[in-house]
Design a binder for this molecule. Structure first.
Ligand SMILES: C[S@@+](CC[C@H](N)C(=O)[O-])C[C@H]1O[C@@H](n2cnc3c(N)ncnc32)[C@H](O)[C@@H]1O
Length: 342
C-alpha cells in the first residue's frame, strides 16, 4: 500500500483523544448536563450559569455538539443547547440512572495520574496518591472522607449497568443467599434484592465503608433484606452464602492475593454454591477488549501490581482451587461475569 493510500485519521483521533476526554470531563465537573435538565439554554445562559469566560463558550458547547454529547436547535446567539437522550439519562445528576460518578473521578484523580503512565511503564510503580504518601491504596484513598464518597459514587457509575445485566442473565432462582465481598455502597445487593425478592443479601466491606452502605440500603428501603457487615477480606473469613460475588475486586490485587481471595470464596461456599466475579474480562487472545486492557493499565497506575485478566486465566485459577466448572457470561460492553461452581 502506498503512503498516499494510508489513512492516519485513527492515529490522530486517539492521539488527540485527551481533547475530547477533557472537554466531556469538564462539562460533567461543572454540571452542564444537569443545568440542561429542564430546558434548552442559549450559549449566553449556559455561560452565565456556569461562570464561563465569553471567549470559549461557543467553542466548548459546539465541540460537545460535534462530539454528540449535546444537541443544538438554531444557530449563533439564538441557538439553544439541550442534552442528547444519553446525556440526559446518564450525565444529568438528577437522573436516577446518573453514572457521572466515574467520570467525576476520572477528572479529579485519574486524568492527572495517567500523565505519568510512561513512568509507571518503566518502574511498575503506582502513580496515584501513593506516590506522595507511600501508604496502602485503600488506606490512602479513604483517609479523606470526600474522596471516599467520590470513590463510592465512581464505583456505582462504572458498575451499575453490569449489576443489572448480571441480575437478568444469571439464574439466581436456585440460590437463597448472596454475599457481595467488597460491596462498596451496597449497590449490587440492592439491584439483586429488587430483582430477586427471594434472596437474602450481605454486603461485606471495610469498616469505613459500612456506614455508607447502610445509608444506601436504608434509602432503598431494603434493611430487612440486606445486611451490611464490616471486615477485611484478607484476614477475616467471608460471611457464608450460596453465592459469593466480587465486582472488580480480583483485578485490584497481585496473583498471590487473587488466589487467596478465590480460596476464601471456595471455603465460604456450600457444595453447589457459585462464585461470581464481575470484571472487564479481557478476551482470551488479548486482542479485542481495549477497555479491559486499559483497565489493567489503570490498575498499574492505582496499585502497581494489580492487573486485569482473561476468562481463561479465571478458569485456570478457580480450577486450581477446586471449583468444578467455570463459565463466562458477557454482560454488555466490555464487562463479563466469570462464574465458578463448587
Ligand atoms: C474497585 S472497588 C469495587 C466496588 C464494587 N464491588 C464494584 O464492583 O463497583 C473495591 C472494593 O473493595 C473494598 N476493599 C478493599 N480492600 C478490602 C479489604 N481488605 N476487605 C474488604 N473489602 C475491601 C473497597 O473498599 C472497595 O469497596
Amino acid at each position: 500500500m502506498s503512503r498516499s493510500e494510508l489513512d492516519p485519521s485513527h492515529i490522530m483521533q486517539v492521539g488527540a483523544g485527551f481533547w475530547a476526554s477533557k472537554t466531556l470531563l469538564s462539562a460533567v465537573e461543572m454540571g452542564l448536563f444537569t443545568i440542561l435538565d429542564v430546558e434548552a439554554l442559549t450559549a449566553a445562559q449556559v455561560g452565565e450559569r456556569l461562570g464561563l469566560h465569553p471567549r470559549p463558550i461557543y467553542d466548548f458547547l459546539d465541540t460537545l455538539v460535534a462530539l454528540r454529547f449535546l444537541e443544538r436547535d438554531g444557530e449563533g446567539g439564538d441557538g439553544r443547547y439541550r442534552n442528547t437522550a444519553e446525556t440526559a439519562a446518564f450525565l444529568n445528576r438528577r437522573s436516577p440512572s446518573y453514572m457521572g460518578g466515574i467520570l467525576e473521578m476520572f477528572n479529579s484523580r485519574l486524568y492527572g495520574f495517567w500523565n505519568d503512565l510512561t513512568e509507571a511503564l518503566k518502574t511498575g510503580k503506582p502513580q496515584n496518591e501513593l506516590k506522595r504518601t507511600g501508604q496502602a491504596m485503600f488506606d490512602e484513598l479513604y483517609s479523606d472522607p470526600a474522596r471516599l464518597e467520590e470513590f463510592m459514587l465512581a464505583m456505582e457509575g462504572i458498575s451499575v449497568g453490569s449489576f443489572h445485566a448480571l441480575a437478568e442473565k444469571f439464574d439466581f432462582s436456585k440460590y437463597k443467599s448472596v454475599c457481595d465481598v467488597g460491596g462498596a455502597s451496597g449497590r449490587l445487593c440492592i439491584v439483586l434484592a429488587f430483582r430477586h425478592p427471594h434472596l437474602q443479601c450481605t454486603s461485606f466491606d471495610l469498616p469505613v465503608v459500612t456506614s455508607i452502605a447502610e445509608k444506601t440500603v436504608a434509602t432503598a428501603g431494603l434493611t430487612d433484606r440486606i445486611r451490611c457487615t464490616s471486615g477485611d477480606c484478607f484476614t477475616d473469613p467471608f460471611p457464608r452464602a450460596d453465592v459469593i460475588t466480587m465486582g472488580m475486586i480480583l483485578h485490584d490485587w497481585n496473583l498471590e492475593r487473587k488466589m487467596q481471595l478465590i480460596g476464601s470464596a471456595f471455603q465460604a461456599l456450600p457444595e453447589g454454591g457459585a462464585f461470581v466475579v464481575v470484571e472487564n474480562l479481557i478476551d482470551d487472545a488479548r486482542r479485542e477488549n481495549a477497555f479491559g486492557l486499559m483497565m489493567s493499565l489503570n490498575m498499574l497506575i492505582e496499585f502497581g501490581d494489580g492487573f486485569d485478566y482473561t476468562g481463561s486465566d479465571f478458569t485456570r485459577w478457580c480450577k486450581e482451587v477446586g471449583f468444578r466448572d467455570v463459565e463466562v457470561i458477557p454482560l454488555g460492553g466490555p464487562a463479563s461475569a466469570g462464574i465458578a461452581y463448587k
